[in-house]
Design a protein around this ligand. Structure first.
Ligand code: NAD
Ligand code: UGA
Length: 457
């Protein structure tokens, strides 16, 4: 295998873009190319103004753009030139046919593999960075190596970054996982990929294993994280009903070193493009392989998550005297988590829709996600308003519903907000992000998640 000089990434999204920016920064001797079928996205990256919001990204992009990182719409030439190709295209849940609503839709992946096959003139390493069902690499291997042509090694290298902390996660990963075939060529390819990461990741954190374990480990990691969130959320109703405090319960549970404190924050549940998709993918795999109880077990993680959003809205309706008709509700936050503009599968979408079903007038505010929110809710017309300024969003509102824990929302002048709201004013804290006692003292009726409400009589 010839030494690696040119690295291509197909897919310039939330994973492909930041990953290549960080790699280019840490590995100046390689040339990095990035391509995508979305020309607008490529233009944004190439202009130095990324199409996604991610803290710290723009600064590193400025260092590497046109130095050793280039965004190009010419995928065919880029494929010909590349020695190693990351595939980071989307793998959403299938919406049609067999496995609809559960299995991963692999059409983008397969199209990419066929395009690589058609253009490859020299041996290459193809790296699956997208999250894919177990044994996808095997299928790709067959597409890429059937019918002659140069030898192509397929590796699995799942990505563990989280949005909002992508740069830190990429610079200091807990582990880098590389799966590959136990053949001389396979081992050589794994070593070539490990060498790239070793530019900045300590060798002991670079794990190599067989392809299928690597593919499954990615699904398992997301399923475990999602399960922790559903587990803590499954206790919130009980806490509210009995007067226990979910934050204290989480603290006591998390101090057990076998459990640990992270990912035990109760709230309106998880959103994002991956947790639900990957858990459902795991459910589908368990079912398809004949393990219905395991499938049922993992499915409940998603069932609990969806229930948590509905419960939040039920609580709003019940506290606001059982009717929301013509009441103004200010939704604080729309992104699926703070520090991103991404709204894919954000709990805010379902919450907004349920509030509108109750005929509320919803005003959405968010520091980064309003353009996406407008697209997500375009069909709701004037039932939803979009307001960048949280003070104006809350003006004349009967209630504030906080669904994204942006740090900005902790610093607002809630006395000023309270004075301009309809009385009695309510605040539903779907992320337990605010100082509830202080808000109560200002005059709000405060309804946190998983703890007793603070109500003025
Ligand atoms: P994304 O939708 O932001 O980006 C995917 C990009 O691939 C899009 O820009 C799309 O236009 C492009 N694309 C699709 N088909 C193409 C083709 N044939 N040729 C060229 N480009 C093509 O998705 P993402 O969030 O970056 O996720 C990508 C993969 O990484 C998914 O499998 C996801 O599960 C996984 N993942 C995502 C995250 C995350 O935080 N978003 C983290 C870890 C893993
Ligand atoms: C998640 C994983 O954390 C990443 O490791 C993984 O690479 C990625 O999915 C992926 O495969 O796409 P991400 O979805 O970007 O990353 O963000 P998280 O920080 O995991 O948050 C997901 C959701 O869970 C958010 O809606 C967040 O608000 C919610 N959450 C998180 C809770 O409700 N409680 C918590 O304690 C933690």
């Amino acid at each position: 295998m010839k030494p690696i000089q040119t690295i291509l990434c197909i897919g310039a999204g939330y994973v492909g873009g930041p990953t290549m920016v960080v790699m280019a920064d840490r590995c100046p001797e390689y040339r990095f190319l990035v391509t995508d079928i979305n020309a607008d996205r490529l233009r944004a990256w190439q202009s130095g103004n990324p199409p996604i919001y991610e803290p710290g990204l723009q600064e590193i992009l400025a260092r590497v753009l046109n130095r050793n990182l280039f965004f190009t719409p010419d995928a065919d030439t880029a494929i010909e030139e590349a020695d190693l190709i990351f595939v980071s295209v989307n793998t959403p849940t299938k919406t049609f046919g067999q496995g609809a609503g559960m299995a991963a839709d692999l059409q983008y992946w397969e199209k990419t593999a066929r395009q690589i096959k058609a253009r490859a003139r020299t041996p290459k390493i193809v790296v699956e960075k997208s999250t894919v069902p177990v044994r996808t690499a095997e299928a790709m291997e067959r597409i890429l190596n059937t019918g002659g042509g140069p030898r192509i090694e397929v590796l699995s290298n799942p990505e563990f970054l989280a949005e909002g902390t992508a740069i830190r996660d990429l610079l200091e990963p807990d582990r880098v996982l590389i799966g590959g075939p136990e053949t001389p060529n396979g081992r050589e390819a794994m070593e070539a990929l490990a060498t790239i990461y070793a530019h900045w990741v300590p060798r002991e954190r670079i794990l190599t294993m067989d392809v299928w374990s690597s593919e499954l480990a990615k699904l398992a990691a997301n399923a475990f994280l999602a399960q922790r969130i559903s587990s803590i959320n499954a206790l919130t109703g009980l806490c509210e009903a009995t007067g226990a405090d979910i934050t204290r319960v989480a603290q006591a549970v998390g101090l057990d070193r076998r459990i640990g404190p992270r990912f035990l924050e109760a709230g309106v549940g998880f959103g994002g493009s991956c947790f639900q998709k990957d858990v459902l993918n795991l459910v589908y795999l368990c079912e398809a392989q004949g393990f219905p109880e395991a499938a049922h077990y993992w499915r409940q993680v998603v069932v609990m998550n969806l229930e948590q959003r509905r419960r939040f809205v039920r609580q709003i309706v019940s506290r606001l005297f059982n009717t929301l008709v013509d009441k103004r509700i200010a939704l604080f936050g729309f992104a699926f988590k703070p520090d991103t503009g991404d709204t894919r599968e954000s709990p805010a979408i379902a919450i907004c829709r349920q509030l509108v079903e109750e005929r509320a007038q919803v005003v959405v505010t968010d520091p980064q996600a309003l353009p996406n929110a407008q697209r997500d809710l375009a069909d709701l017309g004037t039932a939803v308003l979009f307001e960048p300024d949280p003070y104006r969003a809350a003006e004349g509102a009967h209630a504030i519903a906080l669904v994204t824990a942006w740090s900005e929302y902790r610093r607002l002048d809630y006395r000023r907000i309270f004075e301009r709201m309809v009385q009695p004013a309510f605040l539903f804290d779907g992320r337990n992000a605010l100082d509830h006692r202080r808000l109560f003292e200002i005059g709000f009726n405060v309804c946190p998640t998983g703890k007793a409400a603070l109500l003025h009589s």
